[in-house]
Write a protein that binds this ligand. Structure first.
Ligand SMILES: NC(=O)c1ccc[n+]([C@@H]2O[C@H](COP(=O)([O-])OP(=O)(O)OC[C@H]3O[C@@H](n4cnc5c(N)ncnc54)[C@H](OP(=O)(O)O)[C@@H]3O)[C@@H](O)[C@H]2O)c1
Length: 322
């Protein structure tokens, strides 16, 4: 019987996640059965299980917001056995097997690496949207970001390079800097007050904030007048307290971004086309996220424990069936 990492109450994932065996029901018209290949443990997965994410699913629920799998049975004319797919809707991907409506999955090229494809839905699209959909940036423009070694941060560096943009990348650990430079980060510095003077002449038009608190304020300081400051994550759990001067004299614009909303608000054909482009960049080895470690589904608690530790070397992946 397929196993699923499920929870019946909100709480700390290590405590509330349980592996359960569930019989596989027969497919209904328009549905596909997917054998899961891989799924990441993202900060959003942890927050969803804790009950502090932007959505609170009905319980019991299966965890896992994104992932990659192979169609093993299809009641939809759009999908065939063997198709490699990702999910465009929350599907409970921390499972051996997922049943989805055809509308909830998207076919991707078979040669997209499975572990990278498992992370295609969220971080690459988030990076691409923030670089292209919020402000028109001429080639050669500077973009600044904190948590530059995060999954999104890696995608921002690589996609910016593909788009002809330049990046200033801030991290909280010195040892990360050589690797970020290697993947194309133009300027890579520690996220402290010293960097403001160093990059003064760059005048970035766009700042991407995944941290909040003082780090987010430094990004406001670093921005060009009328620059756009986009908050998409809150890793420090600290609020933004915006000094009045940044709004009055510098006239910076504050914006939030949530990729789930972007997917909902945009034409599915555009969403699909964007994912195909991102998948092709993965195949061409122009776009990838670092992987710290991978665990089989029956070691889900070890996977969660590792994902909750800071200073990882990348994503924690749950690998199934491979
Ligand atoms: N709004 C959206 O649509 C959207 C989409 C995707 C992701 N996100 C959000 O973006 C953020 C990054 O996601 P991800 O998947 O890219 O993350 P990730 O790969 O798991 O990386 C986490 C990053 O956060 C840093 N970090 C952890 N704790 C921190 C703290 N207390 N203070 C400062 N930095 C800290 C880590 O630094 P170290 O390596 O030094 O520990 C690392 O750079 C998360 O908040 C996530 O929820 C939002």
């Amino acid at each position: 019987m397929p196993q699923h990492a499920s929870f019946t109450s909100y709480g700390q994932p290590e405590e509330v996640i349980q592996l359960i065996d569930t019989p596989s029901p027969a497919l209904r018209g328009g549905e596909v059965r997917i054998k899961m290949l891989a799924a990441p443990v993202n900060p959003a997965d942890i927050n969803l299980i804790q009950g502090i994410y932007g959505i609170r699913p009905e319980l019991p629920a299966t965890a896992g917001l994104e992932g990659c799998g192979k169609v093993i049975e299809s009641q939809s004319t759009d999908f065939h056995i063997g198709d490699k797919v990702i999910f465009t809707q929350r599907a409970g991907t921390w499972s051996d097997e997922v049943i989805s409506s055809a509308a909830g999955v998207l076919k991707i090229p078979a040669d997209t690496p499975s572990q990278q494809a498992a992370m295609l839905k969220v971080n690459p699209l988030t990076a691409w949207c923030m670089l292209t959909q919020l402000r028109k940036l001429p080639k050669g423009s500077w973009v600044i970001q904190n948590a530059a070694n995060s999954g999104v941060g890696y995608c921002v560096i690589q996609i910016a390079q593909l788009l002809g943009l330049k990046t200033i990348n801030l991290v909280r650990r010195d040892e990360l800097i050589p690797e970020l430079k290697k993947i194309g980060g133009d300027i890579c510095l520690l996220d402290n007050t010293d960097y403001i003077d160093i990059i003064k002449d760059k005048q970035p038009e766009l700042a991407l904030n995944a941290v909040g608190g003082d780090s987010a304020l430094r990004l406001m300081d670093a921005l060009a007048p009328q620059g756009l400051h986009v908050t998409y994550g809150a890793m420090s759990r600290r609020s933004l307290k915006v000094p009045n001067k940044f709004l009055i004299f510098k006239r910076i614009q504050l914006h939030g971004f949530w990729v789930t909303q972007w997917i909902k608000e945009n034409d599915p054909a555009i969403v699909c086309e964007t994912y195909q482009k991102l998948a092709q960049w993965m195949i061409d080895q122009n776009l990838s996220q670092p992987i710290d470690s991978s665990f089989p589904l029956d070691h889900i608690h070890d996977a969660i424990t590792r994902a909750n530790q800071d200073k990882r070397a990348g994503k924690v992946i749950i690998s199934m069936n491979e």
